[in-house]
Ligand binder design. Structure first.
Ligand code: 0O2
Length: 211
């Protein structure tokens, strides 16, 4: 990972404030390590792999600016940064829906993680049909002799939800096209199918375990 320095949007001429991408990259690394440890711990207890895959990224500067504008801030408004919680983001994909909550609870038990907000789009899906459990957290990042609490977003979802969300994400790039609206409506219907499949898979898993 590069130790890239981003200028803050408000920086002009002789401005001195810098925005360190590297610190967010450290936050991503720490969270991925936490998820790995939680996976090992839960998987031993349950005798099956709880997290199938993890990924992490730091938002690009262009994407941060676009989000600032979406939230009603100017592209060059430094205040927007405080309201963008997913500059650092990690995702864990689990096989089953109840595993998502097991992982969330394990994360909540970490004393070096402050859970600022929980967005339960599993129980309350977004109008698009999007389902995931989001934890907005803060964690200390020790970097170049100092410690700073960095904010990050942890997205937890099932494989089926991930499949759905990835397709929906691709659709975002086609916004404005009439066909995209139609596909969006169809995709929304499949969000309920995904939820039904997730419920069924948990039930079958438990029946198999009971044999
Ligand atoms: P990207 O490109 O994935 O990073 P808010 O709570 O409204 O202040 P925010 O961050 O918009 O702020 O919250 P929200 O709605 O929980 O969205 C956070 C992230 O969840 C998004 O980041 C997406 O990654 C994901 N997400 C939310 N809604 C949808 C959806 O309808 N479809 C898909 N596929 N993903 C969604 P970004 O920055 O929007 O996008």
């Amino acid at each position: 990972m590069n130790n890239v320095i981003w200028k803050t949007p408000g920086q002009t001429g002789t401005g001195t404030t810098y925005y360190f991408k590297a610190k967010y990259e450290c936050a991503v690394r720490i969270l991925l390590a936490k998820l790995e440890v939680i996976n090992a711990e839960l998987s031993i207890g349950l005798g099956r792999r709880v997290i199938s895959s993890t990924s992490g990224r730091v938002k690009t500067w262009e994407s941060i600016q676009a989000k600032a504008v979406k939230k009603g801030y100017g592209k060059a408004d430094e205040k927007a940064l405080e309201h963008i919680c997913d500059i650092a983001g990690v995702r864990a994909v689990c096989a089953f829906m109840d595993d998502v909550y097991l992982v969330a609870n394990a994360l909540k038990a970490h004393h070096d993680l402050r859970v600022i907000k929980v967005k339960d789009y599993l129980k309350y899906p977004k109008s698009s049909g999007y389902r995931s459990l989001h934890l907005i957290v803060e964690l200390p990042v020790y970097y170049q002799g100092g410690a700073e609490w960095m904010r990050a977003e942890i997205q937890l979802r099932t494989s089926a939800m991930d499949f759905w969300a990835n397709l929906d994400h691709q659709l975002r790039y086609k916004r404005g096209k009439q066909e995209a609206v139609l596909i969006g409506e169809e995709l929304k219907e499949y969000s309920a199918v995904v939820a039904g499949l997730d419920e069924k898979m948990m039930e079958l898993r438990d029946r198999i375990a009971a044999i």
